[in-house]
Design a binder for this molecule. Sequence first.
Ligand SMILES: [Zn+2]
Ligand SMILES: [Zn+2]
Length: 393
Amino acid sequence: MQKGRQQKEGAMQSIPLNALATPKGHRYLCDICGGISTVMCPLCRSSYCCQEHYELDVLAVHPSICDTLAELRKISASPPHSEKDRETQDAYRRNLRESIMTVAERAALEHLDGGKERASTAMVAALRCLRFAAVSFPDEPLASVRPLFLLSEAALQANDFTSVHKYVLSARRLLQVERERVGDFLVGIVHDIPRTRDLAELWADLHLLLGRAAHVQGKASLDSINKDFSLAAYYSSLSQGVESLQYGHCLYWTGMLYADMGDTETARRYFGQVVSVWAKNCWFLIDNPSMQSDPLLYHDNVVPTLVQWYGEHLPSHMDHQRIRFVSSCVFAILGRFDEAIQVIGQVGVALADREAALQAAGPGSAMSDTDPEELRVLTARMDMLREMINNAN
Ligand SMILES: [Zn+2]
Ligand SMILES: [Zn+2]
């Protein structure tokens, strides 16, 4: 469905290109593959070696960055009149560049969400992002790290482990230099050394990727994969705290490791923590509706995967109700109100059953995973969510 929409938008946005004569083409490299360019977008002057690479870029990201790229060219073509002018221009240029990076990264993430069949489009968006970072931020090697991670993700989705390692190792080299400068993350964060927190976050992502790649490839030992996941959890707890979605992610992948081995009990222990991290983030959003939600809420298969896992393995567990509640919040955030209301209804029934069971068991008897107070709070938040959806509709 989403793919169809993307392609249609892409087709609508594709425009006739300017041809480049070969000597002129030598000055421009293809934004997709780095080859010699033969055609150029007349609006933003992105250049391509062939029509196909342009079409790929249209599917991947071009229509959403063409305007901003054109604006960037326009200000570069008009020299500043004064020092103050230059400063304003530099700040504006930086803004535009950062916004292009953000849009391209988001596009790559969206393609990654589309699964295996969109891995190649994700790769194009990420490549575009990487080339743009190298040209626009030549003095900031760390700007290339996220695009490299996105490329690794795309390669991982395509089961292309050689490329995964190539990209992860490039990212590691860039991070290593910065890491030597910072020294101990913990000390750096305590002393508030600038960018230490960001670096720790990237370092966490690096270990998460290494662990996941090893897990999917199925060649590394449990100990070594676990070590990567634990390091990832440690660094993300330093950078984002233990209530962050990034931290939850590390626990999620550890849980998946055990779930895949059929060790449901260990998996459940990790997943339980993930559910509580996600629930806290969603509750916070409901209590503070004007708050910005974490982008991970949008780009994530953690929630649907956990809903499915609990449904299959522990359908009556309280964590199943918690994660379904989270999924109704995510649906609401995404504007998929019908689905949100449907899930709220299902959780409502399950909670009412539980309430009745608690009543029947009488005071003093404990149902191991149910806290009556939490039951009450969860029901109240569900009502709030339903009301928010009704108001938004
Ligand atoms: Zn090309
Ligand atoms: Zn363009």
